[in-house]
Design a protein around this ligand. Structure first.
Ligand code: ZN
Length: 261
């Protein structure tokens, strides 16, 4: 009898709920697993399946690979309790095929782990690059902002999963409004009594309104031409009128010089 390797029609092995039958050929039994041949139960050795190993269901990739690598394989089924249908329990496959399938899945797992590590590395590099770009944009829009402060604002706004400006589409695009919002938020918390007002029970909207002039003053002092040397929170420094008035003084020119660096 010629064996056709391409033909991998599965043999069906039945697991009776209550083993009673004996092998029609060698009389062993009761059989826990049997093959029906012309309605007669055969034990696995008599059915030519003694060399197969059992692989319970549960790992679809492993099962598929083991089946594909097996010249001969069998599906193991059991009647459901109402005997209305067969439930697939697992497969019987060649031992070498199972070993190869397991090796392939292990190799896959390693590849998946490597891919995950690569993705994490790429994201970290993207974060570093974006934070540097955001910092540069903050420095461009607010040349009077101290360098370490700009770096801090950029890092804070970029924290992955924070939902802060640096994680929004506008922020990622370095939209001027978004960048300014990040700077404004930092000034609100660091340079105004905003947090203290909230702690004192002042409503958020009121607290924001109350510190708005102070924020505007700091932002103005940090903008090109602003008097960054005097980021007073009283609303005076950086005011356009104040800036024009101080334009002629040596102090203002020195401040401009600092800002251009
Ligand atoms: Zn037998």
């Amino acid at each position: 009898m010629a064996v056709e390797p391409e033909v991998v029609e599965p043999v069906v092995v039945v697991e009776p709920l209550r083993p009673r039958a004996r092998c029609a050929r060698c009389r062993t039994g009761p059989l826990r697993r049997l093959v029906l041949e012309s309605s007669a139960p055969l034990c696995l050795p008599c059915a030519g399946l003694a060399h197969l190993v059992y692989l319970p269901r549960g790992d679809a990739a492993l099962t598929r690979r083991a089946r594909e690598a097996s010249v001969l394989w069998a599906v193991v089924v059991r009647h459901d309790r109402r005997r209305t249908r067969y439930e697939r329990q697992g497969v019987l496959v060649e031992e070498a095929a199972l070993a190869r399938a397991e090796a392939a899945c292990r190799a896959d797992a390693a590849a998946r782990a490597r891919r995950r590590a690569r993705d994490a590395e790429r994201r970290a590099a993207e974060d570093v690059r974006f934070t540097a770009e955001l910092e540069a944009e903050i420095r461009r829009l607010f040349p009077g902002c101290p360098a370490d402060r700009a770096a801090g604002i950029a890092a804070h706004a970029s924290v992955r999963g924070s939902g802060r400006v640096g994680r929004t589409a506008a922020g990622r695009a370095l939209d001027e409004g978004a960048v300014t919002a990040a700077v404004r938020a930092s000034v609100r918390h660091r340079d105004t009594p905003y947090d203290a007002l909230l702690a004192d029970g002042v409503a958020r909207r009121q607290a924001r309104a109350r510190v708005a002039p102070a924020i505007a003053a700091v932002l103005a002092s940090w903008r090109p031409g602003g008097d960054a040397g005097h980021p007073a929170v009283d609303g005076g420094a950086g005011h356009p009128a104040g800036h024009r008035a101080g334009r002629a003084t040596g102090q203002a020119r020195a401040a401009d010089g600092r800002e251009r660096r």
